[in-house]
Design a protein. Structure first.
Length: 197
């Protein structure tokens, strides 16, 4: 189980410390949800709740991006960034950086939720039910943090589903996570064929 931290302004109960990929600044990633949400944000300095929480924060959290780095990016990118909103919302709800001090569970999802709550998937090279890497990232996230999240009742059901996931699928989740993390860190645009094993 993760421990509550006295980590000042840089909490990360899951130990997430990867850099924010260039896609968050508008470099094309090939993931339509990320590219459209980040692109609109770079144009307007604004995005709605689903884009903030379930696309941008979700993807950053699934990639183990440093909560502090994502929070600083929110400061720079949004015209309505105020301290009383950004710090608790991103360090707490957006990334689970501060653990259950601010929120009860990590707000992470696979492609199914993004597809249900937006119209991004229709214009994506990936299919939300077939080859979307975000679903793999979701399972890989649960796998990496399974021990830390054990005992959190709000995430018990997804962890039970993870427990039933066969090892070959979990290995594939890890492979896709590494591949996507590396590609996005290098500023590459992902194509479906890049994910083939
Ligand atoms: S298919 Fe996956 S990557 Fe593409 S828009 Fe939907 S959730 Fe995002």
């Amino acid at each position: 189980m993760y421990k509550r931290q006295e980590a000042g302004a840089s909490p990360s109960v899951l130990g997430s410390k990867n850099d924010l990929p260039p896609a968050f600044w508008g470099k094309a990633s090939g993931l339509a949800c990320l590219d459209i949400a980040a692109g609109r944000l770079m144009e307007d300095g604004y995005g709605h709740h689903i884009e903030r929480l379930m696309v941008l924060s979700n993807i950053a959290t699934l990639l183990d991006v440093s909560p502090r780095q994502l929070t600083d990016w929110f400061w720079a990118a949004y015209i309505d960034a105020f301290d009383w909103v950004v710090e608790p919302n991103v360090l707490g709800m957006g990334t689970f950086g501060s653990g259950d001090v601010m929120t009860t569970k990590p707000y992470v999802s696979g492609a199914g939720y993004i597809d249900r709550m937006s119209d991004f998937c229709g214009s994506c090279a990936f299919h939300p039910k077939k080859n979307c890497p975000i679903t793999r990232l979701y399972w890989a996230f649960l796998g990496r943090h399974e021990d830390a999240l054990a005992g959190n009742h709000r995430i018990a059901m997804p962890l039970r589903s993870l427990g039933k996931r066969i090892e070959s699928k979990r290995a594939e989740d890890r492979r896709v996570f590494k591949l996507v993390l590396g590609a996005l860190a290098a500023g590459k645009r992902l194509r479906p064929e890049d994910l083939e094993g």
